[in-house]
Design a protein. Sequence first.
Length: 262
Amino acid sequence: MTMVQDGAVDPRQPLHFACTVCGKCCQNLRLALSVAEAIRWLERGGTVELLCDAAPALPHAPGSAEEYRAMRAVPARSGALPITVSMTLTAVFDGPCPNRMANMYCAAYEDRPNTCRIYPAEVRPDRAIDPAQKLCPSDAWGVDQPLFLDPQDRIMDETTAKAIAASRHNGVEDVAAKGRLLALLDIDTIALANEGFAIWAPDETVMLDALRQSISDMVPAGQGDLRIVSGRAETRAMIREAEARDAEPFEDAPFRYLPLYQ
């Protein structure tokens, strides 16, 4: 295993890896999907939810994590504040993935989402691969395994490299469709980036119909005045000071609020 003392991967060293088919990465997940993958997941009988969070629309340094996020976010506004809304479609399941067979192999292997093809690599260019943060057993990272990451941080596995490129491309290409989802699903509330998520989870039929419509240029994008939800009074005050619209979580809301901090 190629690691430095504090547990982080040393990017100057090669990293070896091979899947051991342990199945640990195929259970209890929120699996990020593209719009096309979400449609296929629902068509196979799965469940898809939409996680929404927002950040102020600001200029960002080229190549930064903030720029990466903004390029994949939907332009919108909250009150007088221009914002960018990240809308992450996720396949949701408790326990084993519905496609995981008893032998730990995938019943939908040829059509599995890019997120599955990428693991244990990272799709975001600002994140290093850290074996200590992965579910794969230690023998998956042995030096006797194939070279996975070279000293120049290049992914050597062709399937993984192609999946990363496809995921990054889809993240930008899906922005227009996700903008239409704001209108199609009547989304009017999102959370604050790095503080939580507003989870919109209509039933499978409604979600599938909205996703199918979202890929049509005939459907207008949502242009509503969005509220930013927070469970913290100080955050809501900060939102109002920025001349944006704040909201407090409430029991009968059409969304669930998932805070990252209590």
